[in-house]
Design a protein around this ligand. Structure first.
Ligand code: DX5
Ligand code: ZN
Length: 230
């Protein structure tokens, strides 16, 4: 795992919006364009209504970038697959609070496998689910769309959830990440609410101008203009 700058807001392009026929090349391109993490969306057609990629693809992509692989597992059950995703080269493994009955055990297992442990909350899931898990967490991922597809609109109610989670996290070294509908027009408001990492699929991969798109998100994230949420 390499870090370009440990303090700045992390920009994590979701390769869900990449050209799947050229995934290795796409990962190299977003790395060269200055992103911080590579966000990998894993979907099972059961927990979410879409199917994407498995551990073999993560393993195949691993040699293409030394950046942190931020692996978002939208699968249920998740426990049987943790070892394979860790062995494939995941740095962060994020599981869903709504998947599996024993999230505390799942998070312990992720750390035992040598990965950072993340927990994701769907838009309808209250922040209180993390209350007794904070010491097991390296990252909390707030879904600002219903998971399954790229290109959806940001759900504004998640800003209040971010503010509440930021307060619950306090001084703990837990990354607060947001995923879904993040664009330059709302990145400032999202960061102002407490986010420290931004996932962006369509906003990074649109028009082929990856470096400019990442830079636009960075400028917006650093700014104070919170007027628009589209
Ligand atoms: C949705 C995925 C997201 C998604 C983000 O289920 O977890 O990572 O690809 O895409 P955009 O940024 O286009 O909303
Ligand atoms: Zn994701």
């Amino acid at each position: 795992m390499t870090a370009r700058d440990t303090n700045r807001i992390k920009i994590a392009p979701s390769i869900l919006s990449a050209d799947f026929a050229r995934l290795g090349e796409e990962v190299r391109a977003i790395d060269a364009a200055g992103c911080d993490w590579i966000h990998v969306d894993v979907m099972d057609g059961h927990f979410v209504p879409n199917l994407t990629i498995g551990p073999a693809v993560v393993k195949a992509l691993r040699p293409h970038s030394a950046l942190t692989f931020d692996v978002h597992l939208m699968i249920d059950p998740v426990d049987p697959y943790l070892e394979a995703f860790a062995a494939a080269g995941s740095d962060i493994i994020t599981v869903h609070a709504e998947a599996g009955r024993h999230v505390d055990r799942t998070l312990q297992r992720v750390r035992e496998l040598g990965c950072k442990a993340g927990l994701s909350l769907n838009p309808a899931t209250p922040e209180s689910v993390v209350e007794y898990l904070l010491d097991r967490l390296d990252l909390i991922l707030v879904m600002s769309v219903n998971p399954g597809f790229g290109g959806q609109s940001f759900i504004p109610s998640q800003l209040e959830k971010l503010r509440r989670l930021k307060a619950m996290i306090g001084d703990r070294p837990i990354v607060l990440e947001v995923d879904g509908g993040v664009v330059p027009g709302n990145a400032g408001a999202i960061v102002a609410a407490g986010a420290t990492a931004l996932v962006a699929g369509s906003a990074v991969f649109r028009n082929g101008t990856y470096a400019a798109n990442i830079a636009a998100l960075r400028v917006a994230a650093a700014g104070t203009d919170t007027a628009t949420l589209s």
